[in-house]
Design a protein around this ligand. Structure first.
Ligand SMILES: [Fe+2]
Length: 372
């Protein structure tokens, strides 16, 4: 492994693991060498218009050739080396008039337009006209506008983001899942408002608990399970995605929370401040969002990887970018051997957050003992 940073730590410290447990994310400083950062930035500069840089060596090397690989192997466990990633470039811009995925005007959304969400959720382009009709009509129209056309309510409905409406044929699992995020930072984002990834510290505990509650009620997990409607018809465009259940959001509201013009309060996310070469490791369950780059001196460049512990499905290769690996990247149905129920395994991992973090077990035991 070509690591030009032989001195950089090969595993998280105990303190970092405690932070990961408590907050759901941890920033590892200087984990990617200058050479790897520069190679990735140079590759971005050379990109042709519209080129997908996700599968390029310069991007995947940010993990495959850096200390991120040994660190993740130690703290999480085995995973497939990424062959792709999400290239999160956000150009500097002013607040927009458009309706965002939550159904609000971008300029009205607090916290630099954060659309805080659980990952693995179907997203189709937000209607830019205020929707008319009954909730059922709006729902039907919205999901019919996706790439697969009008299939009604169906696990074959796929979003513009390639995520299925439901992972499973029985429509009991409305979210894709994985184990860990890694956000690799390629430009300095040390002041707020530069397009940072933002997170709700501690939100992972609340979301995992919420999944457990859904499991215990009727084992329908994610949107369209108990307490989590898919669409918010009260939103200004009458067709906002409910990216986080109300019950989770409410736990993070206080008198400092900012409102949209309709008086609704939104939890304040923490902008993850990083410098080029830093990376943020986060658990799947962390509520998070990109944010508007209003103040940056350049475009925000975060390269986003998603990892799934190999033990969830040892025979399946995951590519480093998908948030719904129980299905193919475009929602294809995969074969599983007799007795292997991928949806139940994923539900288990969603509810039992640390099950797939092999190197966190001591810290988890210590923290749980404290709480007990
Ligand atoms: Fe996301």
């Amino acid at each position: 492994m070509a690591d030009s940073h032989p001195e950089s730590p090969q595993q998280l410290s105990l303190e970092q693991k405690r932070a990961l447990y408590r907050d759901g994310f941890v920033v590892v400083k200087n984990v990617v060498s200058k050479e790897l950062v520069e190679a990735a930035r140079a590759r971005m500069k050379r990109a042709k218009k519209g080129e997908n840089l996700g599968p390029t060596r310069e991007m995947t090397d940010l993990v495959n050739a850096s200390s991120i690989t040994p660190i993740l192997r130690e703290v999480m466990g085995q995973f497939d080396p990424p062959v792709s990633c999400q290239v999160g470039v956000l150009k500097k811009r002013a607040p927009g008039e458009y309706f965002n995925n939550l159904g609000y005007r971008d300029k009205d959304m607090p916290y630099y337009g954060a659309e805080t969400h659980a990952d693995g959720s179907i997203t189709i382009a937000a209607p830019q006209e205020v929707q008319e009709g009954t909730p059922e009509e709006i729902y039907r129209r919205y999901f019919a506008s996706g790439p697969n056309g009008d299939l009604g309510r169906s696990p074959d409905v796929i979003g513009d983001n390639t995520v299925p409406m439901f992972e499973d044929p029985d429509m009991t699992l409305g979210l894709g899942s994985f184990t860990a995020f890694t956000f690799v930072c390629l430009n300095d984002q040390l002041e707020e408002g530069c397009g940072q990834t933002s997170v709700i510290p501690g939100g992972h505990h609340a979301l995992a608990k919420f999944f457990q509650k859904q499991r215990d009620i009727n084992n329908c997990i994610g949107p369209e399970g108990p307490g989590w409607p898919r669409l918010d018809h009260e939103a200004p465009n009458r067709c906002g995605l409910v990216y986080l259940p109300e019950e989770v959001k409410n736990q993070f509201l206080d008198e400092t929370s900012e409102c949209t013009p309709d008086g609704k309060r939104w939890p304040r996310p923490t902008q993850v401040l990083m410098a080029a070469g830093d990376a943020c490791i986060a658990v799947y369950q962390i509520p998070h969002s990109g944010s508007r780059n209003e103040n940056g001196s350049e475009s925000r460049k975060n390269i986003i990887f998603r990892f799934r512990n190999k033990k969830r499905q040892p025979d399946k290769i995951v590519n480093g970018v998908t948030d719904h690996a129980d299905r193919g990247q475009m929602g294809e149905w995969l074969d599983y051997e007799e007795g292997n129920d991928p949806w139940e395994r994923s539900k288990y991992a969603m509810c039992n957050m640390w099950h797939e973090w092999d190197g966190m077990q001591e810290v988890v035991a210590e923290e749980e003992a404290k709480q007990a």
